[in-house]
Design a binder for this molecule. Sequence first.
Ligand code: NZQ
Ligand code: ZN
Length: 388
Amino acid sequence: MNPFVYDIPVKVYFGENQFCFLGKELARFGKRVLLTYGGGSIKKIGLYDVILSELAKEGLEVYELPGIEPNPRIESVRAGAQCCKEHHIDVILAVGGGSTLDAAKFMAAGACVDHDPWEFFTREAPIEKALPLVTVLTLSATGSEMDCGGVISNLATQDKLGRLAPPLLPKVSFLDPTVTYSVSPYQTACGAADMLNHILEVYFTTEHDLYMLDCFMEGLMKTILRYTPIAMEHPDNYEARANLMWTSSWAINGFINGGKQHDWSCHPMEHELSARYDITHGLGLAIITPRWLHYCLDESTVAKYVQFGVNVFNIDASLPPMDIARESIRQLSDFLFKTLKLDDTFTKVGISPDDIPLMAQKACRWGTINGLKPLTPKDVEAIFTMCI
Ligand code: NZQ
Ligand code: ZN
C-alpha cells in the first residue's frame, strides 16, 4: 500500500434548480466569460437560454465558441485559446459532455502560453497555469467535470492524446441530472461503458490497496449495472440519472485510486481507435475491456477476478476460481453487448484488421503499458486481434 495525496478542490452543485448560483460563481473570477458548447444539444433542451439568462443577471460579458466536436479537435482548442487572449477572458464556462469540457480545459491552459497547445499533448510543454474553468455537465460519462485531465484529437496526425495537470481542474461544476434526460439510449450506454471502465482500470491491479476502496468501487459498479438500463428505458427517471451522474464524477476524480501507481490499459488502446476511426470512446472501451480481461487472466491475477465476480455479479463463491473469473467476464460482456446493446467487434464498427499493428505501436508510444499485466505492442496487437 503506497502513501497518497487526496486533493480534489472542485466545488460541486448537484441536483435541480441550482443554476441560480451560476452567475455568482462565475463572477468570482471576473466579468468576461467565454461560453463554449457542442453541436447544439444545449439549445434543443433549453439549457442555453437558462444559462444566458443567469449570466445576464450578473451583468457578465459573454463571448461564445460553439461547435466543439465529439472527440474534440485541436483546432477548437486553438480557436478557444486565441479567443481568450483576444478578449481578455477571465473565466471559461463549458456546457456539455466530456468533449466540450476537455476542449475547454486546454483552451484555458492555451490562453496562458504563447506556444501551440498541441505541445501539451506531445509532452514538449508543461501545463503550469490555466484560466479558471466552470462546467455544466450534460452527459454522465467521462468524469471531466471533476478531474484534471482531457483528451484531444489531431486529425492531421491521426493522434488522440491525453494530458493530466492540476491547473486544469474545474473550479466549480454544476451537475443537474435533469439536463441528461435528453441523452440518447446509445450515448447513455457509451457513457456507462466509459465510467465502468474507469473503475475497472483501477480495480484490476496486482497492487494491494485499501479494502475500503475496493468496496467503494464495487458499489459504483453495481450502481452502473442497476441504473443504466433504467435510464435507457426511462430517460427522465431522476433517480437513475442522478445515480449515474454522481458515479461518473467519483469513478475518476482520484478518490478510488488511493496509492495505486499502475498504468491504465484500455484507455491508451481505445484512444487509438478513436484517433483513427472517430468512434465514440465508450463504445471502443466496451469492445476492448472484456478481451483485455481475458488476456490478463492467469493464476497470478485470478483472485481479483474472483472478488469481482462474487461481489459485483453475485457469482457462487464456492465454484473453482477460474470458473468464477470466466463467468465474471461473460456477465460483464452480456451487460455491455446485450443489456446496453453496444456493438461487440471491430468488424461491426468498421475497424480494419490491417490497422492493428500501427494502432498497437501507437498505443505503446510512451513505452510498455504497466497495468494489470505489462503490455508491449505485441500484447496490444493480440488483444486487438481478439476484438476483430
Ligand atoms: O455536441 P452536442 O450537440 O452537445 O451533442 C453531444 C454529442 O453529440 C451529445 N450530448 C451531450 N449532452 C447531451 C447530448 N445530447 C443530448 N442531450 C444531452 N444532454 O452527446 C454526444 C457525445 O458528447 P461527448 O461530449 O463527445 O461525450 P462524452 O461525454 O462521452 O465525452 C467523450 C470525450 O471525453 C474523452 C473521450 O476520449 C472523448 O473524447 N474522455 C475524457 C476524460 C477525462 N476528461 O478525464 C476521460 C475519459 O476516459 C475520456 O477519454
Ligand atoms: Zn474513459
